[in-house]
Design a protein around this ligand. Structure first.
Ligand SMILES: [Zn+2]
Ligand SMILES: [Zn+2]
Length: 155
């Protein structure tokens, strides 16, 4: 192998590692559960030549290695830098995903599964609804307060 080729390969290797490290950093630095596109926009500020395809590939790889988590079901395509056990609440209006820690759910699942002879090693519970600010906003938009007052009036 000639020296230039070797140097080029080494440089390429460094670039790949650098990209992957930055992508991991971005996902871990937030609890917003970003999409590949969101990660791409952030990493591109520091690596302008980065492509969206590279971000997709690296996110998949990092998830396969257990360094980040890809959310499933309705939040499919969103990534979580927090790999410790926790559940999620997804706001159906603004799309934000919040972390929840509900320890009570664990014994419930174990009990339910034990009846069928299953051994539960992990579980996920996903909640869906409106986040605090969306719920408030909806109440105001509908004139919820006025409605309640009118209902309270006698006669
Ligand atoms: Zn919301
Ligand atoms: Zn999470």
């Amino acid at each position: 192998m000639n020296l230039t080729l070797e140097a080029n390969l080494r440089r390429q290797g460094r670039r790949v590692t650098n990209q992957r490290r930055l992508i991991l950093e971005v996902v871990r630095s937030t609890d917003s559960h970003p999409t590949a596109d969101g990660v791409f926009r952030q990493v591109r500020r520091r690596l302008p030549r980065l492509s969206l395809g590279t971000v997709y590939r690296n996110l998949k790889l990092l998830a396969e290695r257990g360094l980040i988590r890809e959310l499933d079901s309705r939040a499919f395509g969103r990534y979580d830098g927090n790999t410790t056990r926790h559940d999620h609440f997804t706001c159906q209006r603004c799309g934000r995903i919040f972390d929840l820690k509900i320890e009570a759910a664990r014994p419930l699942w174990r009990r339910a599964a034990a009846r069928r002879g299953f051994v539960v090693l992990d579980h996920r519970i996903d909640f869906y609804g409106l986040c605090g600010s969306c719920a408030n906003h909806r109440g105001r938009a509908k004139g919820g307060d006025r409605e309640r007052q009118e209902r309270r009036r006698p006669g």
